[in-house]
Design a protein around this ligand. Structure first.
Ligand SMILES: [Zn+2]
Ligand SMILES: [Zn+2]
Length: 161
């Protein structure tokens, strides 16, 4: 194989690929921009740009991929793998409490307990106020479940508190 010819072709692909991708992006942005600026009864005139953009995008992506393939593969192996691993770990670690607090927020629960006496915000598993020591939770005498301080009955076993 003629490596010089091969590398000059790669150089061409490296230029051509991103140009095609930019054309595709321009076409998509134009058609979407028009789409959102239209009033309800107007017919979109540039909507077909979106479909014209598709072959540009596919060819551009293929050329870019081919032109940068080796360097991207090297870069990926050297730089991206540890970053990707860290990112995934970070996301896994960060997402869980985030999802939990989001879901409790969606259920309309606060993850904090407001002290009835001094209005201090305490963690929802606190039994006594951080600030004034007021009792924040009722522990069920029957099953030891921790209930809200204003609960009348245990939410675990129904025992009168
Ligand atoms: Zn308090
Ligand atoms: Zn109970």
């Amino acid at each position: 194989m003629n490596t010089e010819k091969y590398s000059s072709r790669r150089k061409l692909f490296r230029v051509l690929g991103p140009i095609l991708l930019m054309i595709a992006a321009y076409l998509v942005i134009t058609s979407i921009g028009e789409f959102f600026s239209l009033s309800h009864f107007e017919q979109p005139k540039k909507f077909h740009y979106f479909f014209i953009a598709m072959p540009f995008f596919l060819v551009g992506a293929a050329l870019t991929n081919f032109g940068y393939m080796r360097s991207v593969a090297d870069y990926t192996a050297r730089e991206m793998a540890p970053v990707a691993k860290d990112t995934v770990n970070y996301l896994l670690k960060e997402t869980k409490p985030g999802v939990e607090s989001l879901s409790s927020a969606l259920r309309g629960e606060s993850s904090k307990i407001t002290c009835p006496k001094c209005q201090e915000q305490n963690d929802d598993d606190s039994k006594f106020c951080n600030s004034c020591g007021t009792k924040l939770a009722l522990v069920c005498t029957s099953c030891n479940e921790v209930n809200k301080p204003d609960a009348k009955f245990c939410d675990q076993c129904g025992n009168r508190l």
